[in-house]
Ligand binder design. Structure first.
Ligand code: GLU
Ligand code: MG
Length: 469
């Protein structure tokens, strides 16, 4: 793996400009990319689209077709948007066998994975190149552009948790946060570290997580579109490295029922005119009035946004109290049982104050998740509400009455309710667009039907690798 070639700017520049739609490259730029990636030994460009179930669907083309992959795109049926995690097409009034779209490679995000393969995220466009209304990556672009127009710039980073399984679906032990697990999986960890570095991923740390065979890594913050792409890229690299080392990586929210699940906590920070909104203010822990409005909006809207954050049937199994998953919609400074954990501007937080939304898990479409959270923050800024009382204890230790008095509700312990609330949310329809909401609701309802027909354990088993790459 050579490392002397320039990396894409979105990997190196935290706040790189986000275009309103995929840029169509001119011939010179395509030729330069083909030459550069060809010189690195790349022969194949593999594009991925994260569907409404959070599953990565893909098409690949020879490097020589890079220009066509971007300009015309590769063809696919619109119904790709209603693929469920078990591959059933969940047709709806807007999605049927009729209709065509193009998978357009975003060349600004092209990354060399090594071994002759480059990866690129895809935007969905129609045959005339217009964005499809149900494209999640496009929905995120819209929210980031909207934020910029309103003078707000945002940085995000996704924590990646995953579980290593061997060919029999079993996992090696090793203790939580244990050095022993890093040692047991040393070959895999070395392979992964090398591939992350070669791809230019701004890795910050990696450790053995609490659950059996569970790991976690974190990356540096980027603009929300780059943060979502980075999360996808990292899943691709983890999945590849695991296979090479003879294992499979599971991104299921709940690989084992009797153990802690996999989360995908999202950290977000906000600036207006170069000034942080989550620090330097007169509010609690340094919050500015606008920062407090953002936190208030998160607490208020997470139960309806959960449809974009944690809406698979396994999300609800993970999202239970006392599992550090952020089961309760409340906020608190460094409260790991609050869905909204506030991290203040201390020297221990070198990237500054940020809000960690803990209820998100890796079965979410990460583009829709970021779009939803940017949209909720903008809604909070547009119509501020009072910040609810801070919760300084594990909310599970409060009585039901105390929680009711404080207005603390569960984010999404019942998947059917999560999907219903999401479907009925005017805010989510505005932020994500009704077509994307329709597709996401259809595939998640199908998951509930599968559980009704086959039982949760069987579906959990079938979906162990549904969100792997
Ligand atoms: N694995 C936990 C989850 O399901 C999170 C543990 C942690 O706080 O990092 O979200
Ligand atoms: Mg963790």
């Amino acid at each position: 793996m050579k490392s002397n070639v320039q990396l894409p700017t979105w990997l190196t520049d935290p706040v790189e400009h986000v275009a309103e739609r995929t840029v169509v490259a001119d011939d010179d730029r395509v030729a330069a990319l083909v030459e550069e990636f060809g010189a690195r030994g790349v022969r194949t460009v593999r594009g991925s689209y994260m569907d409404s179930s959070g599953v990565l669907r893909a098409k690949q083309a020879p490097l020589a077709r890079l220009g066509a992959f971007n300009r015309s795109g590769l063809g696919a049926s619109n119904s790709w948007a209603v693929f469920a995690a078990d591959d059933l097409l969940c047709m709806t009034p807007s999605f049927s066998a009729v209709g065509d779209m193009r998978l357009r490679a975003d060349l600004d995000a092209l990354v060399d994975l090594g071994d002759g393969v480059a990866w690129v995220p895809l935007d969905l466009v129609d045959q005339d190149g217009e964005p499809m209304p149900f494209c999640p990556r496009q929905a995120l672009r819209r929210q980031v552009v909207r934020a910029r127009e309103e003078g707000v710039s945002i940085l995000g980073a996704t924590e990646v948790e995953w579980t290593m399984l061997d060919a029999d679906g079993a996992t090696l032990g090793g203790q939580a946060y244990g050095l022993s697990r890093l040692t047991q999986y040393e070959g895999f960890v070395a392979e992964l570290s090398a591939s992350l570095e070669a791809a230019g991923v701004p890795l910050e740390q990696l450790h053995a997580e609490y659950g059996p065979g569970q790991f976690e890594l974190s990356v540096a913050p980027r603009n929300p579109l780059a943060a979502a792409d980075l999360n996808t890229l990292v899943k691709v690299l983890i999945s590849r490295s695991a296979r090479r080392a003879g294992y499979r990586a599971s991104f299921s929210p709940k690989p084992f029922f009797d153990a802690i699940g996999n989360g995908a906590h999202l950290h977000l920070s906000f600036q207006r005119d170069g000034r942080a909104l989550l620090s330097g203010g007169a509010g609690p822990h340094g919050l500015t009035d606008e920062g407090a409005a953002i936190l208030a909006a998160y607490v208020a809207h997470l139960p309806e946004a959960a449809g974009a954050l944690a809406s698979s049937v396994l999300s609800a199994v993970r999202l239970q109290p006392s599992t550090w998953s952020g089961a309760f919609a409340c906020w608190g400074l460094e409260n790991r049982e609050a869905a909204v954990r506030f991290c203040a501007a201390t020297s221990g937080n070198p990237h500054g104050a940020n809000v960690e939304v803990k209820c998100v898990d890796p079965s979410a479409n990460i583009y829709a998740a970021y779009a939803a959270l940017v949209g909720v923050a903008l809604a909070g800024l547009a119509a501020p509400t009072a910040l609810p009382a801070e919760v300084t204890v594990d909310p599970a230790l409060l009585s039901e009455e105390e929680r009711a008095t404080l207005g603390i509700v569960l984010v999404g312990a019942d998947q059917v309710e999560v999907v219903d609330r999401f479907e009925g949310s005017a805010l989510m329809a505005e932020v994500l667009g009704p077509a994307l909401v329709e597709a996401m609701v259809a595939v998640r309802r199908h998951e509930a039907d599968l559980v009704a027909a086959h039982g949760l354990e069987e579906i959990a088993r079938r979906f162990t690798f549904a969100w792997s790459a």
